[in-house]
Design a protein around this ligand. Structure first.
Ligand code: SF4
Length: 722
């Protein structure tokens, strides 16, 4: 008998937005060897500690392996049911509520963990068939401010930098990003580039002195929420120093004068430094370094986005790049680093409640007409749907009566997470598609649908540099679990909708690519008639017509793609054309404003939340391997030693952290580079020390007025001995 030869599958890591290529080799005894894919252009074989441990997270403990149903509401027993019964109950429940209360009485809440094909089908169902845009995603919580900022400045959600630019730049400015821990392979690429080109500089702008700062030439520990002061000050400095690229500004932008005028009266650099809480000399050193360095990348992440002024922060950064013309060329530009593996793919198919598929806009009648015509759908949503925080408020208020939650756990991850509990406990129909049976959210589900997990599902994801990569299956479907796209399609068909006869992810991807081609041919740039359309840049038309075999063999590709199928990358904005109707980018006047809730006598400290190096989200995967807990094993609150002394807690002891919205218990730590008056708590742990450990329950549900992204980085809090 020939021993079976292990087969290696090339796939993509399911964790962060770096999107590293992975080689997975399953063995007959159940082991799966994991290695970095040396051919993947995003990581060239490197993997961080989380990615390397993927093979240890693939057991079936805790998996939801068959459909289940609970008739008596939260707390009652779940009964295993057939797929037919579960799908029919979901379809009939949604149909009944829509028929009685209208399309906006139902909603989907999805996830950056979904593959693009799953996202596409979910959006098609809600926006084209149900006729409501009440579909939002947990990506709302991490990068919707970047999306809104891109749309305001560029006319389309476009990230103009790729990872090779990080190796060609002379200055990287990291704003609100602990890249060393949260995007480790990207940070390794930056570190390697600095070793190869020692003159390259790194500046970190972050209230905390994080691990990323250890490599930095300069760390500006700004006060939380002061980024717009800092970058408006930089804009004025650049203009005053004569760094304006007059030709670029004149030919390719609009609104510089108004933006500079709006920023002119704000403050001098001494006042900016005072407001930002940093030394005046340090501020000037940063401004001068930025001014004298042509190749600058300003990379930003959750510290910028997760703010009630997140969109303005993004635009204040982009304004500086537009003024100096430092965009559309090698080694320069503003760069949003996404959190989740497929945050970008979700955006491509209209995964947010205010977007349409293929970067089309819900608020443009011509775009709605085009998408509806392409889908041949009975309707099309004609107004934006409810964004995440508003969605759960509408559920609690009874305006939304049915919600289908896919691949996410909002009872932990949302701000004011206890409100989500209250909402779900009142909701007439809660359906959860997940790979895990018992989650804080599934406790409220009436119907549980078992989904495929990483290694079992098949499709595509898009990472932070707009690179589409394949996630391939290398394990059989466990139990009765099914692909999300198939579950959604089966429910859609039972609701009486055609347009969902997909045979597999290749089929769905082809439709997605055809829609992109169709949209681009309809909305081509027309200099003679700018109102006719825009030069759209989301273009994957060259990927239409792939057979299932070619889809399976598809190599990582970056969009926009040239029409000739050469797959040669096109540098965004190298032609100076942006996606606004006149082809010009927009300066956006931004006005500094303080976070909505400030510290007071009762809640004198400021709570910040985020990731640690070796865990992911709510640890349903990373929690399965002991070695990932060797770095940090339990929930903690990082605080300054003097604050600990003042509040009667000590390092190593337990403390109760309270806000107006909730409370939790965590172990006190020092040494996380935290400034006086601030706290940092990780997002991963859900219950510890015989207590609730959901930091989301403490976070204020304040959102950015443009993007709807919550202010996770700034909640007034207090700490007491536990
Ligand atoms: Fe996975 Fe991100 Fe680590 Fe790459 S850097 S291996 S994508 S977690």
């Amino acid at each position: 008998v020939q021993p079976s030869i292990p087969h290696t599958t090339r796939t993509t890591c399911p964790y962060c937005g770096v999107g590293c290529g992975v080689r997975a080799t399953p063995h007959p005894d159940g082991r799966v060897d994991i290695a970095g894919d040396e051919l993947h252009p995003s990581n060239f074989g490197r993997l961080c500690v989380k990615g390397s441990a993927l093979g240890e997270t693939l057991d079936l403990d805790g998996r939801l392996l068959q459909p289940k149903r609970r008739d008596e509401g939260p707390g009652s027993a779940l009964q295993a049911v057939s797929w037919d019964e579960a799908l029919t109950a979901t379809a009939e429940g949604f149909r009944r509520i829509i028929d009685t209360h209208g399309p906006d009485s139902v909603a989907l809440y999805v996830s950056g963990q979904l593959l693009t094909e799953d996202y596409y089908v979910a959006n098609k169902l809600m926006k084209g068939y149900v006729g409501s845009a009440n579909i939002d995603t947990n990506s709302r919580l991490c990068m919707s401010s970047a999306v809104a900022g891109h749309k305001r400045a560029f006319g389309e959600d476009l990230v103009p930098v790729d990872y090779t630019d990080l190796e060609q730049t002379d200055l990287i400015v990291l704003v609100g990003s602990n890249t060393a821990w949260c995007h480790p392979i990207l940070f390794q690429r930056m570190t390697a580039a600095r070793e190869a080109r020692p003159n390259m500089k790194l500046v970190v702008i972050d209230p905390r002195r994080t691990a990323t700062c250890e490599m930095a030439d300069m760390h500006l520990p700004v006060k939380p929420g002061t980024d717009v002061w800092l970058f408006n000050g930089l804009l004025r400095f650049l203009a005053r120093e004569g760094l304006t690229d007059a030709k670029f500004v004149d030919q390719h932008t609009h609104g510089m004068d108004e933006t500079l005028t709006a920023a002119a009266g704000e403050a001098d650099s001494v006042d900016v430094a005072r407001r930002c809480g940093i030394e005046h000399q340090a501020l000037l050193d940063f401004y001068r370094l930025f001014a004298k360095t042509e190749r600058v990348i300003t990379a930003f992440s959750m510290g910028v986005n997760q703010s009630s002024a997140g969109t303005d922060k993004v635009n204040s950064i982009i304004n500086c790049h537009l003024l100096t013309g430092r965009i559309g060329r090698a080694g320069m530009g503003p760069f949003s680093i996404t959190g989740q593996p497929n945050a970008m793919g979700g955006r491509e198919v209209g995964g947010l409640a205010n977007m349409l598929a293929s970067h089309m806009d819900l608020d443009k009648p011509a775009h709605r007409e085009l998408v509806q015509g392409f889908w041949q759908s009975p309707s099309i949503a004609d107004k934006p749907g409810l964004k995440a925080v508003d969605l759960f408020e509408a559920i609690e208020a009874g305006r939304v009566k049915a919600v289908w939650i896919m691949a996410t756990n909002p009872v932990i991850s949302m701000p004011d997470a206890d409100q989500v509990k209250r909402a779900l406990s009142k909701c007439e129909l809660v359906v959860c598609s997940d790979i895990v049976e018992n989650t804080d959210t599934s406790a409220f589900a009436h119907i549980l649908l078992p989904a495929l997990g990483w290694g079992e599902k098949d499709g595509t994801v898009t990472n932070s540099e707009r690179r589409i990569s394949r996630q391939r299956a290398f394990l059989p479907a466990p139990g009765e679990a099914r692909a999300d796209w198939r579950i959604i399609s089966d429910v859609a068909k039972r609701m009486g909708y055609d347009g969902f006869d997909f045979t597999g992810p290749a089929d769905i991807f082809d439709e997605h690519a055809r829609l992109s081609a169709h949209a681009n041919s309809a909305f081509v740039a027309d200099d003679a008639n700018p109102s006719k359309g825009i030069a759209r840049r989301f273009d994957i038309g060259a990927l239409t017509g792939m057979s299932p075999a070619s889809f399976d063999a598809m190599k990582p590709v970056q969009w926009p793609l040239p029409a000739d199928a050469s797959h040669t990358p096109i540098r965004l904005f190298s032609d100076g054309r942006f996606s606004h109707p006149d082809g010009r980018a927009r300066f956006v006047p931004t006005h500094p404003r303080a976070p909505v809730n400030s510290a007071d006598e009762d809640f004198p400290l400021l709570l910040n939340s985020g990731r640690v190096r070796d865990q992911w989200h709510t640890m349903t995967r990373t929690g399965k391997t002991a070695r990932l807990s060797e770095h940090i094993a339990e929930s903690f609150v990082d605080m300054h030693p003097q604050d600990a002394l003042m509040h009667g807690v000590r390092e190593g002891g337990l403390a109760r952290i309270s806000t107006k919205w909730g409370a939790m218990v965590a172990r006190v730590r020092h040494g996380g580079g935290i400034a006086r008056g601030q706290l940092f708590v990780p997002i991963h742990w859900t219950a510890q020390f015989a207590s609730d450990a959901r930091v989301g329950a403490l976070v204020n549900p304040v959102v950015d007025p443009v993007s709807g992204e919550p202010e996770f980085k700034h909640t007034p809090a207090r700490v007491d001995e536990f």
